[in-house]
Ligand binder design. Structure first.
Ligand code: KIV
Length: 284
């Protein structure tokens, strides 16, 4: 258990003011959260990417609020001091302002989140404003927004053309003006990210595959450790291939059970001879 003080909005803004980059990772379960807490991660995102990384769906759309709450509660138990962001799943905020406030409130009340994140540009500004007005900090999400992947034409870089880049820059300003304290830019060209960061007045800009000129960086935990079997995006750095280690261990287990080299003496529990003798008498 770490003895650091709770990471708050003030901690994050102080870091940014000192030019210290903020570290942010996705996380979906208790043991991983404990490791991330021990490593001193600043922020954790319980992303609706858990639909793919944990539940095996092809995308994020089937993820429900109940899925999100269950995983977020587990992460909070493992990471009591990290700044915890709950990701609003598909259709938990799009239908109405009321649905948005209620879903955001569940993350705060049931899973002890510090903030919520939602996807979308200027069209979501009024949702952000309404959630902020009830006292819940909001992170916006621009660029590649996986809940709209069909409309965006697949998992691809957003804002390569000047017109589209201008729209992302304008959207970032709208979200900031609506009250988002942070904006995640996913797969946006580095120079667009730099412009948005330089123009941000009271808003932290966080990059996922959008280059170094942001207040902090986000990575998907499963991509960092080779834990998602279907693909690893180009922007992800693999910091260690835990997936390979786990697969090798599983293959060794299967083969040791088969050839009877597992279990060994240290892997089971014995009974004293006198107890065994008495047992034999009892069952004879
Ligand atoms: O769900 C998630 O993990 C996300 C990231 C892709 C940013 O929203």
């Amino acid at each position: 258990m770490s003895d650091r003080k709770k990471v708050t909005l003030r901690t994050l803004f102080n870091k940014a003011a000192k030019g210290e980059p903020i570290s942010w990772l996705t996380c979906y379960d208790y043991p991983t959260a404990s490791f991330q807490e021990q490593a001193g991660i600043d922020m954790i995102l319980v992303g609706d990417s858990l639909g793919m990384t944990m539940l095996g769906y092809d995308g994020t759309l089937p993820v429900t609020m109940d899925d999100m709450i269950r995983h977020t509660q587990a992460v909070r138990r493992g990471a009591p001091t990290a700044f915890l962001v709950g990701d609003m799943p598909y259709m938990s905020y799009q239908p109405s302002t009321e649905s948005a406030i209620r879903s955001a409130g569940r993350f705060m009340a049931e899973a002890s989140c510090d903030a919520i994140k939602l996807e979308g540009g200027g069209e979501m500004a009024h949702r952000i404003k309404a959630i902020k007005e009830v006292g819940i900090p909001v992170v916006g999400h621009l660029g590649l927004t996986p809940q709209s992947v069909a409309a965006l034409g697949g998992f691809r870089v957003q804002g390569r053309g000047a017109q589209q880049a201008k729209k992302i820059i304008d959207d970032a300003k709208s979200l900031e003006e609506a009250g988002a304290f942070a904006i995640l830019l996913e797969m946006v060209p580095d120079r667009v990210c730099k412009i948005i960061t330089e123009r941000a007045e009271n808003c932290l800009i966080l990059s996922l595959g959008s280059g170094p000129n942001a207040h902090g960086q986000l990575l998907i935990y499963h991509d960092m450790f080779g834990l998602y079997p279907n693909f690893t995006p180009r922007m992800a750095k693999v910091f260690g291939n835990a997936g390979e280690v786990i697969l090798k261990g599983l293959e060794d287990y299967v083969s040791e059970v088969k050839d009877k080299t597992f279990p060994q003496r240290e892997n089971w529990f014995a009974m004293k001879d006198e107890e065994y003798d008495e047992l034999m008498k009892l069952i004879d």
